[in-house]
Design a protein around this ligand. Structure first.
Ligand code: SF4
Ligand code: SF4
Length: 379
């Protein structure tokens, strides 16, 4: 494997996408659409958000022009790679009655492998969280497993952080530390635009061999590290994680849940943008003749009334109980279920909450108003 650090010059960056195309990958990455940086299929390097960044805060996202032409000079937008590995809508099967016989369709036509260009460290951690759900040997999702196995990850270390980022608190960034096929850092000065690149797999090494590169100097590697360290120092938010589970379990009746429940609109935005949320529901549709039917799996949210519906009504009837369910799952019960936190500190739920509800601040408010101190102390 080609495991040194190399330099890919900006002028040669198009060859990377060309090589991915030659190898049969559909390449997805960041692009500007609808006044946001979203993930979509890339036809060429011209689709990347050159010269764009964003300003984020609770309930706020605005595109801004950078003073340079950085290709990855933004942080993250509303999308995550989840929409490709665990799509918002997925056909489970369809069936039809023909001459008294029922036929069932193949739910998953063969798809070309996908390359994800521009994956951030926190997003790689989010995929690891979803792997824990969808690749569990007892309940693996074959469609997820197939896409996941074929997908090529081209990560870009963060050299900027936004006001809503807190990956350093969650140990998920900003430097990529989980396996990826290629790992890059963008380094841009007024007279030089380049990427340091390392291969993390044989697939990545083969691609790197096929594009024009040269070995990086020690100074260039140090410069890339310095830029990542700067991003670590720019985190807009923090969260203390050491006692989260005990803190939340001991405060299920804290009056602060009423406060946040009164602000929450139950719009489900936070769950839709979250790269780790995995809940779904099933929809069955039959045609008007009753001769064909289709079952679709689609994303659902613990903020909807129907999500916890059982005979007689919804288990979680209040806004307070729905928010408490979401946050205690992410930060506490997830640890019992999967032996890790369900949050990777991307901050999307803060940025895209229309009323700016911020889980880092809600945890802090609970910590500061703890009502069950003795129980917490006992745990
Ligand atoms: S809970 Fe919020 S900050 Fe955590 S992973 Fe989900 S969207 Fe990101
Ligand atoms: S916390 Fe914010 S984004 Fe989530 S459901 Fe409530 S209002 Fe919507």
């Amino acid at each position: 494997m080609k495991n040194e650090t190399y330099i890919l010059e900006r002028k040669d960056f198009p060859t990377l996408l060309e090589e991915l195309g030659r190898r049969g990958y559909r390449t997805f990455g960041p692009t500007v659409r609808d006044q946001a940086i979203v993930y979509d299929e890339l036809e060429s390097v011209d689709d990347l958000p050159a010269g764009w960044t964003e300003e984020q805060d609770g309930g706020k996202y605005e595109l801004r022009r950078r003073e340079d032409d950085a290709l990855f000079g933004y942080v993250i937008g509303p999308d995550s790679w989840k929409k490709y590995l665990h799509p918002p809508r997925q056909k489970v099967f369809s069936c039809a009655a023909v001459d008294g016989l029922i036929t069932i369709d193949d739910p998953e036509p063969e798809e070309p492998p996908m390359a994800f260009l521009g994956m951030r460290s926190c997003e790689r951690h989010a995929i690891a969280v979803q792997d824990g759900v969808f690749l569990d040997p007892g309940s693996a999702d074959p469609a997820y497993a197939r896409r996941r196995e074929q997908a090529l990850f081209i990560a870009v270390n963060c050299t900027n952080a936004s006001e809503t980022c807190f990956c350093t608190s969650m140990n998920t960034g900003p430097k990529v530390d989980l396996p990826v096929d290629l790992n890059m850092t963008e380094c841009l000065t007024p007279d030089h635009h380049r990427f340091t690149v390392r291969a993390g797999s044989n697939r990545g090494a083969e691609i790197l061999e096929a594009v024009p590169t040269r070995p990086a100097t020690e100074a260039e590697v140090a410069e890339a590290e310095r830029r990542i360290d700067e991003a670590a120092g720019e985190m807009g938010r923090t969260i203390e994680t050491s006692d989260l589970k005990d803190l939340l379990y001991a405060n299920l009746d804290n009056p602060h849940w009423e406060d946040v429940g009164a602000r929450c609109l139950n719009c489900a935005n936070c769950t839709m943008v979250c790269p780790t949320c995995f809940c779904t529901t099933m929809e069955d549709v039959t045609d008007i003749t009753g001769k064909s039917a289709e079952r679709t799996r689609r994303w659902d949210s613990c903020f909807t009334w129907d999500f916890s519906y059982m005979h007689g009504g919804s288990v979680r009837q209040s806004s307070k109980s729905r928010y408490r369910q979401w946050m205690t799952h992410k930060l506490a019960t997830w640890q019992d279920q999967f032996d890790r936190l369900g949050c990777i500190g991307c901050g999307r739920c803060i940025t895209w909450c229309p009323v700016g509800i911020d889980l880092t601040k809600e945890v802090e408010a609970i910590r500061n108003s703890e009502t069950v101190e003795e129980a917490h102390a006992d745990n």
